[in-house]
Design a protein around this ligand. Structure first.
Ligand SMILES: *[C@@H]1O[C@H](CO)[C@@H](O)[C@H](O)[C@H]1NC(C)=O
Ligand SMILES: *[C@@H]1O[C@H](CO)[C@@H](O)[C@H](O)[C@H]1NC(C)=O
Ligand SMILES: *[C@@H]1O[C@H](CO)[C@@H](O)[C@H](O)[C@H]1NC(C)=O
Ligand SMILES: *[C@@H]1O[C@H](CO)[C@@H](O)[C@H](O)[C@H]1NC(C)=O
Ligand SMILES: *[C@@H]1O[C@H](CO)[C@@H](O)[C@H](O)[C@H]1NC(C)=O
Length: 440
């Protein structure tokens, strides 16, 4: 949290989009899955197609979102069931990209046909709100106060050292009024004596930034508040053996992967990634022994939004009503997983790919990990003494397959788990860690 006052006010609500139904299909991976995320070369291709259109001539074109255009669900289902009967799927699902760019102050929503190399549709969005800021915009805005004379004055008035100040860009919330500008508010923190940037907020200051002109348009220094202590705020582990785990010891696990498709026990499912949702689980099916066929369990599942309203009405806090997935992006915030810490030694890792502000390819190494877990629980057991021939004692340990990613949004680290069980259930879990400050 940013201070002790807010520590008891965390509300992180995660809604998970889940659609479930049944259908038969058999796995024979001969062609890439229609829900595969855009590959690095497809991201490049998308950029070339957009740059070769009239949009390429507009200066300062920025890319705010690039993803695979979600194919029609019926087409995906036809593609999957055609794998059932033929070696090669007979249905071709069009490969398209969804692109949101800003040019000349307009937000364009494009659908790009990657096969034909053309823009299929180009709509200007005129509704409320704006696409997510690019990380370049967030970064530039966060640096503005450090050059701003009134802010420098506020810092020296507080007896602080400007070199020890870090500022962070915050979205401004939505209060129903006509918002005509893309704006951010920048909050600043004092590092002095602590590596925990969040522990010592410099309260009382409001900085409003107009992102299009990248200028501070409003500044208010309302009051001085004591800084929380630096002591006891270091979040670094004192465990010395973190790096002694030999991750090459066992990389061969009881599941197999074909591109983005995972097979484990009776399960088969697809793992995707994008800038907004991060990890996406699709077309999960389980083999039904009795019916001798696959049953569809889940079409597509991912975090749809995480809402964090701080519920503090003061001028410096009222707007802190973050939508961590929609405003910052769980994929954009995906942190590279640390082998042996974030994921156990038997984990396999997948990289994530996204487009940056100029549609350049950005790679998140080890964005997702997949591993088998023995929970230590009993999946089922029985001991039978009433059998005259022999006593039977049997059972199985509860083993599951976990697909994990971690999104670090500011001082919040969300650990997202999709856990597949042999019983046929899917457990979805979110754990949240946040760096906390200790007040004086
Ligand atoms: C994408 O484009 C960049 C820059 O032009 C290039 O360095 C990179 O190799 C390309 N990647 C692929 C997979 O085509
Ligand atoms: C493009 O960006 C540059 C540098 O940020 C800026 O000076 C220029 O005014 C921008 N041009 C347009 C048309 O927005
Ligand atoms: C301010 O902080 C910087 C960086 O930590 C340090 O080098 C400098 O000596 C400090 N200045 C004062 C006046 O304490
Ligand atoms: C890690 O495991 C590999 C393969 O089993 C082995 O060659 C290597 O010596 C091990 N390294 C350490 C530090 O134990
Ligand atoms: C890794 O562990 C799995 C499951 O316990 C086992 O089947 C496999 O043989 C092990 N592989 C290696 C290289 O030790």
């Amino acid at each position: 949290m940013f201070d002790d006052k807010a520590a008891h006010m965390i509300i992180a609500q995660s809604n998970l989009v889940v659609v479930a139904f049944f259908l038969i299909f058999i796995i024979s991976c001969t062609k890439s899955h229609p829900l595969d995320p855009l590959s690095p070369s497809e991201i490049n291709k998308t950029r070339h197609i957009v740059e070769n259109s009239y949009l390429g001539a507009i200066p300062n074109l920025t890319y705010h979102f690039v993803d695979v255009e979600e194919p029609n669900k019926n087409d995906v289902l036809k593609w999957l069931s055609s794998k059932n009967t033929k070696d090669k799927p007979t249905v071709t699902v069009p490969r398209q990209a969804k692109v949101v760019v800003r040019a000349n102050g307009d937000t364009h929503e494009l659908v790009v046909d990657l096969t034909r190399g053309s823009i299929l549709s180009d709509k200007i969005y005129n509704g409320h709100g704006y696409p997510p800021f690019t990380f370049t915009e967030l970064f530039k805005a966060s640096k503005l106060p450090l050059q701003y004379p009134k802010f420098k004055e506020s810092i020296s008035k507080r007896g602080l050292n400007l070199s020890e100040v870090s500022c962070v860009p915050f979205t401004i919330g939505w209060y129903g009024e006509e918002i005509t500008k893309r704006e951010l508010k920048v909050a600043c923190f004092y590092r002095g004596g602590s590596v925990n940037v969040w522990a010592r907020p410099i309260e009382g200051i409001t900085v409003l930034v107009d992102v299009d002109s990248m200028k501070i348009t409003m500044y208010n220094d309302r009051y001085k508040a004591p800084l929380p202590k630096a002591e006891g705020t270091d979040f670094q582990s004192s465990m010395s053996n973190n790096n002694n785990i030999n991750i090459s010891d066992n990389n061969s696990v009881g599941f197999s992967m074909n591109a983005n498709e995972v097979k484990w026990d009776k399960w088969v499912f697809h793992v995707g990634f994008n800038a907004r949702a991060g990890m996406i689980i699709s077309t999960a099916s389980i083999f039904d022994e009795r019916e001798q066929k696959y049953r569809r369990v889940l079409y597509r599942g991912h975090v749809s939004e995480t809402f964090v309203p701080y519920m503090d009405p003061t001028e410096e806090w009222y707007f802190r009503t973050f939508m961590d997935a929609g405003e910052f992006g769980f994929g954009r915030a995906a942190d590279s997983l640390q082998p042996g810490i974030d994921c156990p030694p038997n984990a396999l890792f997948m990289d994530g790919f996204m487009a940056g502000p100029n549609a350049e390819v950005q790679q998140v190494p080890r964005a997702i990990c997949i591993f088998e877990r023995n929970s230590g629980n009993v999946a089922w057991r029985h001991m039978e003494i009433n059998n005259p021939i022999k006593t039977i004692r049997n059972g199985e340990p509860e083993i599951s397959l976990v697909v994990r990613m971690i999104a670090t949004v500011g001082n919040y680290d969300y650990v997202l788990d999709w856990e597949f069980l042999r019983s046929g259930s899917i457990k979805v879990g979110v754990r949240l860690f946040h760096s906390l400050s200790i007040s004086n």
